[in-house]
Design a protein around this ligand. Structure first.
Ligand SMILES: [Zn+2]
Length: 268
């Protein structure tokens, strides 16, 4: 029964005709006209289809980045960025003085040129007095690069990292030490806050953990942002020279925060 149908179909398709098509956006292009079962099928503008493919690829990449970020958020718990700083942007940062404007500008540029910065593995140090907006600006960099690209960023205080790793030793954690380290090494950007907060000399455990993180990121050519109340010299002592050397590679950027605290200015 079916074979009758096949026999009745046209057996030959005429060779495609070459003509010139016109696209409203891209002008003339070589066009093929195929005659299939008596109907004309024209090929479209190659530039338009290239743009469509690129847009589809960008959408797929954005979706993948979102999925990756959600997996990472799941892994690390919701506290990627402390609640107080979640959603902080450059626009909310109050920059009245020339120094504050310079600090803001440097951070804005760090985020805008993150692709180049990441390729060179350039680290950023936000150093100075408490209450001067260092954490705000560091988190704004993270929020900006996550919003504008497929980059991933993680914010942690060094205290929380050490605590999480200690918890793996007495088996109160469902993660291993290497899982925690890799969750800090794999993001495109890591922000480590509250370095050198304690006045005590850092323990060997603190120094080796810090080196494992910063060296691990250095080897993967991934930059780290360090936030600390110490000045550059005291920071190098607190984290150890080996660590400091890794941060300097690729050309470290240092922003001093030397003005008075902005906290509580509204009066309380
Ligand atoms: Zn076109």
């Amino acid at each position: 029964m079916g074979s009758d149908k096949i026999v009745s179909m046209p057996t030959a398709t005429p060779a495609p005709q070459q003509t010139t098509g016109v696209c409203d956006d891209h002008g003339q292009f070589p066009q093929q006209v195929n005659l299939i079962f008596g109907r004309e099928f024209k090929t479209g503008c190659p530039e338009c289809s290239r743009i469509r493919r690129e847009e589809e690829a960008a959408r797929a990449e954005a979706q993948e980045a979102l999925a990756l970020r959600m997996r990472m958020a799941e892994k690390l718990g919701a506290a990627l960025i402390p609640k107080r700083f979640a959603g902080k942007t450059f626009a909310e940062y109050i920059a009245d003085t020339a120094e504050q404007q310079k600090a803001l500008k440097t951070c804005v540029r760090y985020a805008a040129e993150f692709k180049k910065i990441a390729a060179a593995g350039r680290c950023l140090l936000l150093l100075g007095k408490p209450g001067t907006g260092k954490t705000h600006l560091s988190v704004a960099i993270a929020n900006e690069i996550m919003a504008k690209s497929s980059a991933t960023a993680v914010y942690r205080t060094i205290g929380s990292v050490l605590q999480a790793i200690r918890a793996t030793y007495d088996h109160t954690s469902d993660q291993s030490e290497s899982q925690i380290l890799s969750s800090l090494i794999s993001p495109s950007l890591l922000i480590l806050d509250e370095i050198g907060v304690s006045k005590e000399k850092p323990s060997d455990f603190e120094l080796t953990t810090l080196f494992a993180i910063i060296n691990g990121r250095y080897e993967e050519l991934r930059p780290t942002v360090i936030v600390s109340n110490l000045d550059a010299k005291a920071l190098a002592t607190a984290i150890g020279e080996r660590c400091a050397d890794r941060l300097r590679e690729g050309g470290v950027i240092v922003i001093p925060f030397e003005w008075e605290s902005q906290r509580g200015k509204e009066g309380f």
